[in-house]
Design a protein around this ligand. Structure first.
Ligand SMILES: Cc1cc2nc3c(=O)[nH]c(=O)nc-3n(C[C@H](O)[C@H](O)[C@H](O)COP(=O)(O)OP(=O)(O)OC[C@H]3O[C@@H](n4cnc5c(N)ncnc54)[C@H](O)[C@@H]3O)c2cc1C
Length: 296
């Protein structure tokens, strides 16, 4: 694990709700992209009002830790929208929303601001032989969706569904033959996300998903029923879909509410992972059903 220090070199508004921030300099010449379309990193932000004061953690064998006596840098997860090793630059597209460390930082970002990040991890994993992909996201997943499209061979058919707050958040996507894109309006913290309904409407029970890979990213609680639909109703094999929760309404208080659960309930939840019944997706569905039942 490496922790990199980088500096903002460019800030470019993409739409009313998204800004592209280019990072360069510092340790970025050593950054190695996986090339996977949805690769993400942990970003480390300034801990206080001074945007230039960044207290980076140090890498350890298992992750990272803040040196004793130093302030802890708030950490958030973001997609590498583009990596240009020849100029040691990366682009990150930030959703501008009204609250949060990262959203607020991005809205005020300017050249010279420092930021930390770690090594990237990609999740999108389309198996060999797949001829069609279905990509679904809200605004937070749009950078990954766009990069996945960029990486897609011309032979593949793509159906993309993107939930954006309104038409002013629509962005041109990389031109690609055999691609059909639907823009739905809503969600994204303004109204409840319709991603689950959009997926069910596009892929009703009985849909033939032979040779199809499905990738879905967006509001976490809305995606619980998407995972269930893909795995239990459509019986997709676990290697032919990826559902990743990117953010949650009230996400800043989620950990506190989880920690406030009775110890017995937390132990029961932890035990689901320790003694899994079924594959990882089945355990995740059971876990998420339990969380929903607990109002989490
Ligand atoms: C693998 C992965 C990749 C991601 N890639 C990107 C990316 O490329 N671009 C991107 O913008 N986001 C991305 N996200 C989502 C991002 O990590 C979250 O939106 C994060 O919560 C933003 O942090 P914050 O400090 O702004 O808000 P937080 O402090 O985490 O949350 C504060 C409040 O803001 C709300 N909130 C958080 N995000 C949003 C939002 N998008 N819209 C409306 N309300 C929100 C929360 O519900 C909470 O109530 C990704 C997440 C994951 C897991």
């Amino acid at each position: 694990m490496t922790i990199y220090r980088a500096t903002v070199s460019r800030v470019r508004p993409l739409t009313d709700t998204m800004v592209r921030i280019t990072l360069t300099g510092g340790d970025l010449p050593g950054f190695v992209s996986t090339g996977v379309g949805d690769e993400y990193v942990r970003l480390f932000f300034p801990h206080g009002p001074d945007r230039r004061e960044l207290s980076l953690p140090v890498a350890t064998d298992t992750g990272w830790e803040t040196p004793e006596g130093r302030p802890t840098a708030p950490m958030r997860t973001y997609t590498i929208r583009a990596a240009r090793p020849e100029s040691a630059e990366i682009d990150i597209d930030f959703v501008l929303h009204d609250h949060g460390v990262a959203g607020g930082w991005a809205a005020a970002a300017r050249p010279g601001d420092p930021l930390g990040l770690n090594d990237p991890t990609g999740l999108y994993a389309r198996p060999e032989g797949v001829t069609r992909q279905i990509l679904v996201s809200d605004l937070t997943g749009l950078p990954a969706l766009a990069r996945i499209l960029e990486n897609t061979p011309d032979s593949l058919t793509t159906r993309a569904i993107v939930e954006v707050p309104d038409e002013r958040s629509v962005q041109p996507l990389p031109a690609h033959p055999r691609t059909r894109v639907t823009w739905a309006h809503g969600g994204n913290g303004r109204t409840p996300s319709r991603l689950a309904d959009l997926v069910t409407a596009a892929l009703p029970p009985g849909t033939d998903l032979t040779d199809t890979y499905v990738w879905v990213a967006g509001e976490t609680t809305a995606l619980r029923s998407v995972r269930k639909h893909l795995r239990r109703t459509l019986e997709l094999p676990t290697d032919r879909f990826k559902v990743v929760g990117y953010w949650a309404p009230g996400g800043d208080s989620w950990s506190e509410r989880y920690e406030a659960l009775p110890e017995g309930v937390k132990a029961e939840l932890a035990a689901l992972w320790e003694n899994p019944e079924g594959d990882l997706e089945d355990v995740t569905i059971t876990y998420e059903e339990r969380l929903s039942g607990l109002g989490l």
